[in-house]
Design a protein around this ligand. Sequence first.
Ligand code: CP
Ligand code: NVA
Length: 305
Amino acid sequence: MAAFTGRDLLSLADLDADEVKQLLQLAAELKAGKQLHCNQVLGLLFYKASTRTRVSFSVAMYQLGGQVIDLNPDVTQVSRGEPVEDTARVLDRYLDILAIRTFEQQQLETFARYAKIPVINALSDLEHPCQILADLLTVQECFGNLEGLTLTYVGDGNNVAHSLMLGCALVGMNVRVATPAEFAPDAKVVAQAQAIAQNKTEVTVTQDPEAAAKGAAVLYTDVWASMGQESQATSRIPVFQPYQINEQLLSLADAEAIVLHCLPAHRGEEITDGVIEGSQSRVWDQAENRLHAQKALLASLLGVE
Ligand code: CP
Ligand code: NVA
């Protein structure tokens, strides 16, 4: 067994291939009814809005027997300028584990450096590793395996796309990311995914959504303007329009392909109503799997057996 206890999860690349597989296995067992028990306390420090991540982390912790404290930045001293280094050292003395949703990855790294308890990235501008654990669980449930499958992401090459690239590379899936030229994924993350894949699987970045969608087992998209980019929402629409998951793009994928979206979705922008509500959509199972994957993650990082 991998030694998860006490570790941080700031990037999906903090895990190796075996560790991802172990987490997915435990998540599947928990979903099937396996019971684990802890009496520890999770803190949620979210500087951005959240429905799924906030609720699924809370329910996961309650189902494990633990407690959750919502550290709303607006009513704690963090919004009044208390240094992260100080907040982290204090929270470390009260909490057993801390999930943070924020803007800068650097801030997460500072929290992790100053808090000895596990720190989990609950979404940053760079990555969304917890989302991708749930996504991989969903793909595994649909196809029975992960290795050799092709996942195509179309849209904005940011946090979700970055963690997907790393996650697919780790589990032996091919990953194609199609974005407008100016919204390509971070070159460092692409290189990281390529280094993990070691040419054994495909890691492709392209501006051609149709070529990327051809024969894919999974089509995936995310909003065109992420949290913090609301002022660009309108100007981005025409740039991203060719990257919409619609019936025509879906027809190019494998006949058995599934469609995923991390949610929240903007119907008529990155995905059509017909596709998200259609027979190939698995977005509700995907959302449910946030609970099971994060329960597995919490149990593993807390050393609950
Ligand atoms: N997918 C996701 O992280 O959703 P929330 O923003 O609602 O947490
Ligand atoms: N890319 C989106 C994901 C939301 C779950 C954002 O950062 O807002």
